[in-house]
Design a protein around this ligand. Structure first.
Ligand SMILES: NC(=O)c1ccc[n+]([C@@H]2O[C@H](COP(=O)([O-])OP(=O)(O)OC[C@H]3O[C@@H](n4cnc5c(N)ncnc54)[C@H](O)[C@@H]3O)[C@@H](O)[C@H]2O)c1
Length: 448
């Protein structure tokens, strides 16, 4: 091993990762269900009212060395992460509700918990947003910035970030706002110069999420995209991210149905079981569900959810097993359920000699309860990436694909969707940046 451990601290041979001293400022775009559940959750945890369940940065361990070494520190003791006590939140929203009001509206957390946190949550008030209803048809924003063009709006966001920077030591921006309409890359997305000209000319290919991302990256601030929008997944943003040493990752939090898909599909593939059909449907009644009820926003989500199976099954390598999968995804807006999404999957598989079988999955989940720890981990890991010399200037942080439905990867490189490959990739990245041996799971040394 390249490190020595003393009481969980790295004492020798550790590379120069800047320490997480001072305050980490987290600017959340969209103070809705996911964001308020994350913020309220962090405060509840800080006060000892609850545990950070679902958060790898807070509860996860990492094995170092051989299985026989019995060395598995907590991840937060192994890598220098910001402490929850040092995290300070702010954000933008198109409505004026403070975080308490927004959380009460989202109805994810119970009243008893929210009332205990109310004095703190009320202090977090959204900054006016950059919003245009053309990109999110179902919402009518009232708390929005105005400007002479998209460049002016980006400058206003940069001023917000600069002002916040004065009150904290480091900043990360995360998009937890609504899903925008489906957009594809055009010429405006191909270089920083083209993008900046597009901001000036109000190019319709530039959605608000891109304006936030541009503002953050221009300020050298890392940016995570929790929604399926076209936001940082195009050449201009990757270039800007590298140029300003502002790490990026996206897109779309991998929470319920897709998380299950990226666990089950690798199991079928590992056992060479064929799949002829995979039908996935959901009912969801929160504001996200309402936004996704619009066909153009749904299209963005559908594209993000569809990709995983193709990449995992690799039909070009296994045509007999996966060439003719019928893959269908539905999201139905059903208000009575609120944030409690119910998902059904029917999977038609086939085995030895082609004999068919079926698997049914019925996941009664809580959307924001699953998403909140993911958003927190992404923020803390992006801050770590920004302080890590070997990560800060590489642009896309593919090692964070563990958290994402539609993970971004280098041009020409297919993304890894298998949750366990993603988990290994993440942990090996942490070992790598700390100078520890990677774990290959070969294990022959135990039988010498
Ligand atoms: N909860 C999950 O499991 C999950 C999983 C994957 C992705 N997501 C995505 O995360 C996002 C947030 O989900 P949610 O359930 O919190 O939704 P939500 O509707 O409760 O919150 C979104 C918030 O964003 C605000 N908003 C919209 N456009 C904005 C803009 N341009 N600037 C600032 N604020 C803006 C809205 O007013 C709202 O308060 C959605 O895009 C959703 O698709 C959620």
């Amino acid at each position: 091993m390249g490190i020595e451990e003393q009481g969980g601290k790295i004492t020798a041979g550790a590379p120069a990762i800047a320490p997480a001293t001072g305050k980490l400022g987290v600017m959340v775009v969209g103070l809705g269900a996911v964001a308020t559940t994350m913020i309220a959750g962090v405060e509840a945890i800080r006060r000892g009212l609850a545990k950070p369940i679902g958060s790898l940065t807070q509860m996860g361990t990492i094995r170092l060395g051989k299985r026989t070494d019995n060395t598995s520190p907590l991840i937060k003791d192994f890598v220098p992460l910001a402490k929850l006590e040092d995290v300070v939140f702010t954000g933008w929203d198109i409505f004026e509700d403070n975080v308490y009001e927004s959380a009460a509206h989202a109805k994810v957390l119970d009243e008893k918990m929210l009332l205990q946190l109310k004095p703190y949550l009320e202090t977090i008030k959204p900054l006016p947003a950059v919003f245009d209803q053309f990109y999110v048809k179902r919402l009518h924003g009232t708390h929005v910035k105005t400007g002479k063009n998209k460049r002016d709006l980006a400058d206003q966001l940069r001023a917000d970030i600069q002002a916040f920077k004065k009150t904290v030591d480091r900043v990360v921006v995360i998009w937890a706002a609504s899903t925008e309409i489906f957009l594809q890359q055009t010429a405006v997305h191909q270089s920083i110069e083209a993008f900046e000209a597009g901001l000036e000319a109000n190019d319709p290919g530039i959605a608000p999420s891109q304006i936030y991302a541009y503002a953050a990256l221009s300020e050298g601030v890392p940016f995570a995209n929790g929604a399926p929008n076209l936001t940082v997944d195009f050449p201009a943003m990757v270039e800007l991210s590298k140029r300003n040493a502002a790490p990026i990752c996206g897109k779309d939090f991998k929470t319920g149905q897709t998380m299950m898909k990226t666990v089950l599909a690798p199991a079928f593939k590992a056992r060479l079981l064929g799949v002829s059909g995979w039908f996935s449907t959901n009912i969801l009644g929160n504001r996200d569900g309402e936004v996704l009820d619009d066909p153009q926003s749904f299209k963005t989500k559908e594209e993000s959810k569809l990709g995983s199976l193709d990449y995992i099954f690799q039909p070009e390598l296994y045509p007999d097993l996966y060439e003719d999968i019928f893959h269908k995804i539905r999201i139905n807006y059903y208000p009575p359920r609120g944030d409690d999404k119910e998902a059904w999957d029917n999977i038609d598989i086939f085995g030895w000699l082609g004999y068919p079988m079926q698997i049914k999955v019925n996941f009664l989940c809580r959307d924001s309860i699953l998403a909140a720890p993911i958003a927190l981990d992404l923020v803390l890991f992006l801050d770590l990436a920004k302080r890590t010399p070997s990560l800060r200037s590489i642009g896309i942080q593919e090692w964070l694909s563990f958290y994402l439905k539609s993970p971004q990867s280098a041009p020409g490189l297919y993304p890894e969707h298998d949750l366990f490959i993603q988990s290994m990739k993440l942990k090996n990245t942490l070992r790598h940046i700390m100078g520890a041996d990677l774990i290959t799971h070969l294990g022959l040394e135990y039988y010498d």
